[in-house]
Design a protein around this ligand. Structure first.
Ligand code: GLU
Length: 476
């Protein structure tokens, strides 16, 4: 049977790293098995769902390289199907209306707390007589719809990550609500567990892959599958991403949405690489740095860890630096240029941009560091105190003046290692000063300080700054 998996995000916030990791494992599994990766937007929480979050989630997945295969399903468009399913359960006597008010339920819970017993609904309206129901209706009470859960019923499945799992009906907290409160002749808004079962079955999902925080939902959903007599998918519950204290990574840990990572200068390649490593171990012989293509060729749930994984900033940063360092300068330029444009900086031409990208690329861990690392190439720097001291050394300005004159007479645009070396040697010699003094003064003229890249080994720097030879004149 062809593998069909899905991501079912609720558009109540931007694409979160946990959701992105679930998407990634679904995507990898689908690609490995020549299957399909589908999307279902679970927008049934009307108050909190927003179109802008849907766009953010879809764009984020695309940016990460996790393209889906069919038109996304919008869950709210299947509302009537969910209601039909509830109606079926009511007719079969597998579900019933519960008229207990919020106050009554609150009293019940308080009593349970006082007795130190776990919270559960006590199934009080499971077997109401017609007359009792009439009474509640006449009182003007609305009802939720609950699905019967037999306490003794075993719920078992062979999880693709966790192995054999055993639950019992009694672990689920009493008969579960499947539709919100509504007048007794209506069916209220269908709830998550019901909608998921109906939609996963409609979408012919073969494997439900999601975070382990959904295990209790899976137990409930299995009972619904049985009630509808539909074939169960296989389930895989993936380990959670934890913060440094070992708790689920949340908004409180600062950066959690894929947007945040993007803003900080992480590349999609490093994020997907790191997220894969966060719950999966590559087979022996495979390096820790890999592409989506490489991991999808060997991805398997046997190698997914059972325990949660702590988020390690050093590791993701290291992976990011590896990705950046392996980018051809032409590709890096495309990423850097977006940042430069935001700073109001314009590259004189493409070749210049490629050279600069090649020069600073090896020192970047985050794309965004490319702003500070290239500032000096776009903005004439203020000369600092050390720089001023340097320029006051006897002969320093004179040698710069001579260099400038020599530069005027030579093809500045084509400045290369050999030519630049010759120019510096000639200028120092003709003024009778040490080459070191000229080199240091030139660095002040170009960079505003005596610290920084060694001009002798980075002649290309000179060539790049070459677009701004005015800097030397200004300095003089
Ligand atoms: N909408 C649910 C969520 O975002 C989906 C869970 C599931 O995959 O069934 O957590």
């Amino acid at each position: 049977m062809k593998v069909r998996v899905r991501l079912a995000p609720s558009p109540t916030g931007n694409l979160h790293i946990g959701t992105a990791r679930t998407a990634l494992f679904n995507w990898l599994y689908a690609r490995k098995n020549n299957g399909s990766f589908l999307l279902r937007v679970e927008d049934t929480d009307k108050e909190r769902s927003k179109d802008e979050f849907t766009s953010n989630i879809l764009e984020g997945l695309q940016w990460l390289g996790l393209q889906w295969d069919e038109e996304p399903i919008i869950q709210s468009s299947r509302y009537e199907k969910h209601k039909e399913a509830i109606s079926f359960l009511l007719k079969k006597g597998l579900a019933y209306r519960c008229y207990a008010t919020e106050e009554e339920l609150q009293l019940m819970r308080e009593k349970q707390i006082n007795e130190s017993s776990p919270p559960r609904y006590d199934n009080r309206h499971r077997n109401l007589t017609k007359a009792q129901e009439e009474l509640f209706i006449n009182e003007g009470r609305n009802a939720v719809i609950r699905f019967r859960i037999n306490d003794e019923e075993p719920i078992e499945w062979n999880d693709m990550v966790k192995g054999q799992i055993h639950w019992k009906g009694r672990d689920l907290g009493g008969d579960m609500v499947i539709a919100r409160r509504a007048p007794a002749d209506e069916i209220g808004e269908p709830l998550y567990n019901l909608a998921v079962v109906i939609d996963d079955s409609y979408m012919k999902i073969t494997n439900v892959i999601r975070g382990e925080d959904h295990i209790a939902n899976t137990a409930k959903q299995i009972l619904l599958y049985k009630a509808f007599e539909i074939k169960l998918p296989r389930f895989a519950h993936t380990p959670l991403i934890l913060n440094s204290e070992g708790r689920k990574l949340s908004k409180r840990d600062g950066v959690t949405s894929i947007n945040d990572f993007k803003q900080m200068g992480y590349t999609p390649e490093a994020i997907t690489n790191y997220m894969t490593l966060l719950g999966w171990s590559p087979p022996e012989g495979m390096e820790e740095k890999f592409t989506l293509e490489e991991s999808s060729a060997v991805f398997d749930f046997d190698r997914v860890n059972k325990a949660g994984a702590k988020f390690d900033w050093d590791k993701i940063k290291w992976l990011n630096s590896q990705v950046i360092h392996s980018l051809p300068p032409e590709k890096l330029l495309q990423l850097l240029n977006k940042l430069w444009i935001k700073e109001g900086w314009e590259i004189p031409n493409n070749e210049w941009g490629v050279k600069l990208s090649g020069l600073i690329g090896p020192s970047l861990n985050l794309i965004n560091e490319g702003i500070e690392h290239s500032r000096v190439f776009f903005e004439s720097p203020e000369i600092d105190l050390n720089g001023i001291e340097q320029l006051n050394i006897k002969g320093a300005k004179q040698s710069l003046r001579s260099l400038f004159q020599n530069l005027e007479d030579s093809p500045w645009d084509g400045l290369n290692y050999e030519i630049a070396k010759q120019l510096i040697n000639d200028s120092a010699k003709s003024e009778g000063i040490k080459k070191g003094i000229l080199m240091k003064s030139l660095r002040v003229a170009l960079l505003g300080t005596t610290q920084g890249p060694d001009l002798i080994t980075s002649w290309s720097l000179l060539a790049i700054i070459g677009k701004d030879k005015e800097r030397i004149r200004k300095c003089i």
